[in-house]
Design a protein around this ligand. Structure first.
Ligand code: PLP
Length: 423
């Protein structure tokens, strides 16, 4: 039995802060929506109220909630071998199978797969692998990270250093050396690489910036970064933590924007969130260095790298992505969502819709307060994400049905209707 205070917290009725110190929340916040169950594109709160999960939880639940196939695959694996590490001489079948599957899907030839537990760890691993590659190549001073304004790359010290959202960097002390480039201006990247090129370890970029406001790249921007990396001897890492696994209507943002990266970081959609998993696809430039000396040991990895139950979840989620043609579905979902949201654009309260595939956002006009709009939408049973003051983001499960897409559009339209206070 839960004690009384915990029950009050779970019902959002306590005024004492809960012992659970929530991530990305005010530590003095005392009201939370307790989600107790999920099914498809819907989740239910402690009072039994259904919400459309319009952000696939936190940009990850591509195959939808409550999928028996994933649950059964994990249960089978738990009953055979719940966990065993993969350091040194040990391996397991799900990890090997997942690596082979991901290598096959990778947007670069002959990739190997490094497995971790989250997107942030994937970013840290990519930074370390890039630095290591340069060091083995006789260039130990190539340590600089180049990344985009508005980019988000997680919260470990490496991820915090790499990301371009100033509020997330404040008060954490010295970070890794990094130079920022404009997210939409290749000429700026060109100037930065001209100045710092011989010290750059990697350029890291999300294909579509997600958490930093849902911002697709201008035409030619990502191929331009590829060219600059080649010219200056830097490695290109695409952070596909949100964009990968069908979100943009292809397996990778790299495919959508026609870029061959050296490294790809992934997480989220790889398991659709049934278990925490991240990783790095490692291309041939890095492989060649790592594999050159048989005496060399890669001194990097996590206790749960290649956790068999987690890998079983990923294999099952990827099977669903394939068998239910969710890449095609992502395009359809995105088109329908964008068409519906565009109808709300009035040039004042709602000024535009942007995005790619099933990753979309609406830009609110001056004076708006996106969290207020989000609250109105919550009241109507839809959970989008408010980003800053002026953006409402949508990234629904790819299995979302048309009726639920319609609910997202209606909830947004009524939350921004002329008689509703949005600021
Ligand atoms: N990279 C990108 C592009 C992300 O969107 C995120 C999380 O939202 C991360 C990295 C960090 O992933 P995690 O929260 O799993 O550490």
């Amino acid at each position: 039995m839960l004690d009384f205070t915990v029950r009050q917290h779970l019902r959002g009725r306590s005024t004492i802060p809960t012992p659970f110190l929530h991530p990305f929340a005010s530590p003095s916040a005392d009201r939370f929506v307790t989600i107790v169950r999920g099914e498809g594109a819907g989740v239910f709160d402690a009072d039994g109220r259904r919400y459309v999960d319009a952000l696939a939880s936190l940009w990850y639940c591509n195959v939808g909630h409550g999928r028996r196939e994933v649950i059964e695959a994990m249960t089978r694996q738990l009953g055979t071998l719940e966990a065993f590490h993969t350091f040194e001489r040990f391996t397991n079948e799900p990890a090997e199978q997942l690596a082979a599957t991901l290598s096959e899907l990778a947007p670069m030839p002959d990739a190997r797969v490094f497995l971790v537990d989250s997107g942030s760890e994937a970013v840290d691993s990519a930074i370390k692998l890039a630095r290591l590659t340069h060091a083995l190549d006789g260039q130990p001073d190539r340590t600089l990270i180049v990344s985009r304004r508005h980019g988000y790359h997680g919260v470990t010290l490496g991820g915090t250093s790499a990301q371009g959202l100033p509020a997330n960097r404040e008060l954490f002390g010295p970070l890794l050396p990094r130079v920022e480039i404009e997210h939409d201006d290749l000429a700026h990247a060109e100037a930065v690489l001209a100045e710092h090129g011989d010290r750059v370890a990697l350029v890291i970029a999300e294909p579509v910036i997600a958490a930093g406001g849902v911002r697709p790249p201008p035409p030619g921007y990502l191929p331009g970064l590829r060219r600059l990396c080649d010219e200056h001897g830097a490695l290109l890492c695409l952070d596909e933590v949100v964009c990968g696994f069908g979100r943009l209507g292809a397996w990778w943002g790299a495919d959508v924007y026609d870029v061959v990266p050296d490294l790809v970081t992934f997480a989220k959609g790889v398991t659709s969130g049934y278990a925490p998993l991240g990783g790095v696809l490692v291309g041939t430039a890095i492989r060649a260095r790592l594999e050159a000396d048989p005496e060399f040991v890669l001194r990097h990895g996590h206790t749960y790298s290649g956790h068999p139950t987690v890998c079983a979840a990923a294999l099952a989620a990827l099977d669903i992505t394939r068998s239910e043609a969710l890449l095609e579905r992502a395009r359809l979902v995105g088109d329908r969502l964008a068409a519906g949201l565009l109808e709300a654009v009035d040039g004042e309260r709602v000024v535009g819709v942007r995005g790619e595939g099933a990753l979309r956002a609406v830009a609110l006009g001056p004076g708006a307060d996106a969290p207020t709009v989000r609250e109105h939408m919550l009241e109507q049973g839809v959970i989008p994400r408010a980003i800053g003051d002026d953006t409402i983001a949508f990234c629904p499960p790819l299995v979302i049905e048309d009726a639920d897409l319609e609910r997202c559009v209606e909830a947004f339209a009524s939350a921004t209707a002329p008689d509703v206070r949005v600021g």
